[in-house]
Design a protein around this ligand. Sequence first.
Ligand SMILES: [Zn+2]
Length: 244
Amino acid sequence: MAKYKNPVLKKGGHKVTSPFGMRTIWGKKQMHKGIDLVGEGSSLDYIIAFADGVVKLSKYSSSGGEYVQIDHGNGNLTRYLHMKKDSRTVKAGDKVLKGQVLGYMGATGKVTGAHLHFDVNVAGKYVDPAPYLEGTKEFDNTPNIIKQWQLAAIADGFEFPKFGADGKWGNECVAVSKKAVCKRRIKHKFQNLTKLVQRLVGVEADGKFGPKTKTAVIAYQKKNGLVQDGSVGPATWKKLLGVK
Ligand SMILES: [Zn+2]
């Protein structure tokens, strides 16, 4: 019986019933965004956290059934679907450790039988969980201020369609930073980007772009030889994020 280096089932043994990738299910070709597992001897087992993190969601959905989503930081997320009814042991906001029990395998949601659907999302894209379970791939947890900015922008509803949150400053970043300035003038609804600006210019990060933040931005622009308009466009972002 195969065992993963980073297991998501408590007993450790597993069988893959459906891998990541294209598959035909209910007569339709579909992308399977995760990996389906059952325990040793096709049995049920406790589901454990893949790595340390914070529970983002612990709820029911009609397709995923009873499920848990864990945020591992830096845009790395894992999900555990189709858990047994009333078996979830964690709630949103809980800190969890690698190996901690999250619930029990089941058949809730849209399934053909009891199993665990486990998926890995890196910077907004589902990727093959197998190398992560096998331990040949790891989450990149290096602090990267550009990636933090990209993730904040994604959380605020912006998109980086070609490259995602890749941690590199390119044309997509310039486009988003231009759009963010225009839209912010209409509505102060970009909380995550605003908080990041506030942290970088040294004012209280309350997510509201008010007079205090504007004054601090103008002071920052003056100090760094930028145009002193008090709004954060591509040139100011480049300086704030340390882009050469
Ligand atoms: Zn699945």
